[in-house]
Ligand binder design. Sequence first.
Ligand SMILES: [Zn+2]
Length: 303
Amino acid sequence: MNTEEWLISELKEKKGLDDSKLAELIESKQKLFPSLNKESALRMIATENGIHPIRRSFKIGDITEEMSHLNVFGKVNRKFDPRSIKIKNRDGRVMNLNIGDDTGSINLVIWDEKVIDNINASVSEGDEISIANAYSKKNKMTGSMELHVGSGTAISVTNKSPQNQPNVKYTRLQDIKEENIIYHIKGFIVRLFTNNIYLIRCTECNKKVETTCDVHGDKFLSKTLLISGIIDDGLSSMKISFFDKTAEKLLQLSKSQSLEDKLNDLSFGMYQVEVAATARKFNDIFSLTARDVKPLAYNMDRI
Ligand SMILES: [Zn+2]
């Protein structure tokens, strides 16, 4: 239930107003104050009738069915990946977080696309978050209580878990001077070389091959993802390679469906990333091998 719906239901229940009477009151308010929109008029009527959308803080253990305007504070026990679902023939996503305090734990159900993206980028397990203006609902399948987050809900990280705090030091590409140590770099992927993204080896002779091994044919070939590109930190750029799992993590940054679309998408310089990488020097030129890649976290105190 959003604020507007809540005010309407309170006015109906506590003041015995029906839809036509409410519409009449709203109309007369708008006649009096021509710039007033419907919701503001409704708020005014509610206030005059002693109904205030008070936001209330609750311990998780005290949350019961059908409560709205809840403020809850808790620690993120688990963060689940967003899932695709069909909502009334439309493709949508839903995401769950499990949060807890000293009285219990509850699943958070997040429907709003924007909130999902923000939470995905900035909330980690172990963080403490505060949720304002959520509503509770009983899950019909499991019978357990859930906290629902809509577009009117504000979520903010109040305390980053120490293990999630970035106490890493970032290095500028131009300051990379040594091989075999891990550098943390922030930058944009500005180009991917997409013509050849697999590294093919013959596992029998452990050699890199083009398509098949001259000695063993295609019997012992192993195919590994190897995506190379350019990272740019605004001051300079450097070649960077992503292997295997790290290459998959890179591809996951793009929401496109097919591999080809993902590669194209990632080549446009739209993705700001944080990478951990080791450097290698060849002919006096450094290049990077990524060990980890993630989207650059929003520096946010409010989503
Ligand atoms: Zn071979």
